[in-house]
Ligand binder design. Structure first.
Ligand code: G6D
Length: 346
């Protein structure tokens, strides 16, 4: 097990975690971002499986949130306002008149304090950020800690902890774009996904939830057995078309089953198994990516990565029967999402 810290400049730094099977993960303290996950394929070839910029400074105004910790509220808050405790809070609008991913002062743009650690069984880094009251329009002084841990079972565990001195709203996620082909050889269209969800949340044309939960049966959103992502890309239905011919939707997890999400890439034999205590996950197939970005391995393109943004739902601010994002003063916020990397049996 190995952990090291390398300074990029006087405030940005890169932490590298490596386990005994040579799986390694890089974490940038700007935005508490994952910038590299290197895992073997079925032949033992070590390759990167996340989208990242070759030039770290490109993360500064990154509209794609590559690898970022997203919040205070991941997702969209309609019309950039919400009611809490009889008061109306106005948030900054950073996507037409809506608030996306924590707004212009979102957590993805903060420089987090870091503390690395190593035990016999794991290596990790704890990142900490104190967000002040009314930052971006959110009430409460809130201390946020995100901990990344890598163990010798090939697991990356992300623990989220927060505590606020006032009632507020919060739902954090990680916005890594995965591509299990390795070094971005091909698109994610042929990735096979199994997602234990019987309902997804309907969106309007501005990608704002309508309040309807749609059964996945007989739609391109049924991943309960296993389905290639190209279903919603190459034979898009109306909801896929709203998301520019792909997925950008919140799935409500059938939590009575384990292994919330299993992703397989047949050529490399790589498998990623996601477990989470969150009630749902946004599946986003990189529909906004174009060919203007210089990524570490190559130019970007549409559908080059897929995110699994485990989180609660900002739609709960408008519709009661959605997983809520309320955080009461002095009540700890504690969530965990893990990613286990393995290969198909030979
Ligand atoms: C687009 O709608 C999508 C979001 O879900 C995604 O997080 C963002 O691009 C990067 O706005």
């Amino acid at each position: 097990m190995h952990v090291e810290t390398n300074a990029i400049d006087d405030t940005w730094k890169l932490i590298t975690l490596k386990n005994d099977q040579n799986i390694s993960i890089d974490i940038l303290n700007y935005g508490a971002r994952i910038t590299n996950i290197t895992v073997p394929d079925k032949d033992g070839k070590l390759e990167n499986i996340v989208l990242s910029y070759a030039d770290y400074k490109k993360y500064k105004n990154d509209p794609n949130y590559f690898g970022a910790t997203v919040g205070r509220v991941a997702g969209r808050i309609a019309n950039s306002k919400f009611e809490l405790g009889g008061k109306t809070y106005i948030l900054d609008a950073n996507e037409s008149n809506h608030h996306l991913h924590g707004g212009v002062n979102g957590l993805h743009q903060m420089i987090w304090k870091t503390q690395t650690f190593k035990t016999d069984s794991e290596v990790g880094v704890e990142l900490q950020h104190n967000d002040s009251n009314m930052s971006g329009g959110y009430p409460g002084n809130i201390k946020i800690t995100v901990t990344y841990k890598l163990n010798n079972d090939g697991e990356l565990i992300i623990d989220y902890y927060a505590i606020s001195d006032e009632d507020t709203i919060l739902t954090l996620t990680n916005h890594s774009y995965f591509n299990l082909n390795g070094n971005l050889k091909r698109s994610i269209n042929n990735h096979l996904v199994r997602l234990n969800s019987s309902y997804f949340v309907e969106l309007d044309e501005e990608l704002i939830p309508t309040g309807n939960k749609i059964k996945v049966d007989n739609t391109t959103f049924d991943f309960r057995d296993e389905q290639a992502l190209k279903a919603g890309i190459e034979t898009p239905q109306k909801q896929n078309q709203y998301a520019k011919n792909g997925y950008d939707h919140y799935f409500l997890l059938d939590h009575q089953k384990r292994n919330s999400v299993i992703v397989k890439e047949p050529n490399s034999g790589r498998i990623m198994t996601i477990e989470t205590d969150q009630p749902g996950v946004v599946l986003y197939t990189g529909n906004n990516l174009d060919d203007t970005l210089e990524l570490t391995e190559r130019k970007s393109e549409k559908y080059l990565g897929v995110t699994f943004e485990t989180q609660s739902s900002p739609a709960s601010l408008e519709f009661d029967d959605f997983p809520n994002i309320l955080l009461n003063a002095n009540d700890p916020y504690q969530k965990r999402t893990s990613y286990k990397f393995s290969i198909t049996d030979k």
